[in-house]
Ligand binder design. Structure first.
Ligand SMILES: *Cc1c(COP(=O)(O)O)cnc(C)c1O
Length: 352
């Protein structure tokens, strides 16, 4: 008999990364367009002289910095190889086989994958008509088997965000033994003052956690580092299922250098936010429906035309992220790259 991997993995959806096409502008992965700041690049370069050594397995210095930044204890922090790895660790740390992981759909594509890998049962709750988490419908789907609820705020790929009042009401309905994970990968791009900072909930509620990443606003997608902040008992369990040394030494150094340069990086985010609002307004003027985005991308709910639209922009040298039958997510970049995309979007409209 040949070796036989787990049969259930045959039905596991693959993570689809945004495409990179040589010669085309890449607006498909929600990355920051600028390279690392000179101070961060220098710290990374200096750290390369030490790569013969293993990284600090406990990521102690960075975790201490993050505790200080968030006002939490270091016991409440877990650093991971990107927040995607932390999603997987969280489900492994919280769920026995058959337990349920609840999340909206469409949302971040890792949630069903990490649930299935951990033998947990993914439960998807459709977004509402405004492409936003339907928190009442999600609360109604909680069962005795529910262990984790992911709320992606703002939501990838629709950019929509849930506000404080509805989140308060939702959290009041969630049983105290169910963990709510606010995935705030795009928090730094939020401009709506009514969208709460999830860390405020971590400070005041015992079943709420937050995931943050250095991949988006901090521009370190290639180095893979993110963090969990939440109840100390969960953080400890998340650290237990950590793949040893997976947060590499360059990532640890670069994340700390980025915290040192935070003001400069957040200024860059302001430029992206201004461009986001410009791109959205231009798309609406061209006749597209575009939900309000609180992230560094916009969502076009094009339904059956999603793939066709993406092919059209690709022919115009712009790569976007299409979700078949659903919509297209477009990362906001520099002015000129955004204009290239807007040009393609307008010419699609005139043909269709
Ligand atoms: C990009 C993204 C992440 C993860 O990023 P990492 O690069 O793994 O840190 C997590 N959640 C959401 C919703 C994202 O869009």
């Amino acid at each position: 008999m040949p070796v036989q991997p787990r049969v259930d993995l045959d039905s596991l959806p693959s993570y689809v990364a945004g495409r990179t096409v040589p010669g085309a502008v890449k607006l498909s992965s929600n990355e920051t367009p600028g390279g690392p700041l000179p101070s961060v690049a220098k710290a990374i370069a200096e750290a390369t002289t030490n790569v013969n050594r293993y990284p600090d397995i406990s990521v102690a210095k960075l975790a201490a910095r993050l505790a200080e930044k968030t006002g939490l204890t270091v016991e409440q922090i877990a650093v991971g190889c990107g927040s995607v790895a932390l999603c997987q660790q969280l489900v492994q740390a919280m769920c026995a086989p058959g337990d349920e992981v609840l999340f909206a759909w469409r949302s971040f594509e890792s949630y069903p994958i990490v649930s299935q890998i951990a033998n947990a049962t993914p439960v998807k709750v459709p977004l509402d008509a405004s492409h936003t988490h339907d928190l009442d419908a999600m609360a109604a789907k909680i069962t005795p088997k529910t262990r984790v609820i992911f709320v992606c705020n703002p939501n990838n790929p629709t950019g929509t965000a849930n506000r404080r009042a509805e989140l308060d009401r939702f959290l009041d309905r969630v049983p105290s033994d169910v963990l709510v994970v606010l995935d705030e990968a795009y928090r730094e791009f939020v401009t709506d003052p009514d969208v709460p900072d999830g860390l405020d909930y971590v400070r005041t509620r015992e079943n709420v956690a937050v995931l943050r990443t250095f991949s988006k606003a901090y521009g370190l997608a290639g180095l893979r580092v993110g963090y969990f902040a939440g109840p100390a008992a969960v953080a400890e369990a998340v650290r237990k299922v950590y793949v040893p040394f997976s947060v590499n030494s360059l990532a640890q150094i670069a994340a700390m250098a980025s915290l040192d340069a935070e003001d400069e990086l957040l200024e860059r985010c302001e430029t992206i936010v201004a461009e986001r609002d410009r791109v959205r307004a231009a798309l609406i003027e061209a006749g597209y429906e575009v939900p309000d985005s609180q992230a560094n991308f916009v969502w076009l709910p094009l339904g059956e035309k999603a793939l066709d639209f993406a092919e059209h922009t690709l022919a115009n040298k712009v790569v976007v992220r299409a979700f078949a039958g659903d919509g297209v997510r477009v990362t906001v970049s520099h002015h000129d790259e955004n204009d290239l995309f807007l040009h393609a979007a307008r010419s699609y409209r005139s043909k269709n």
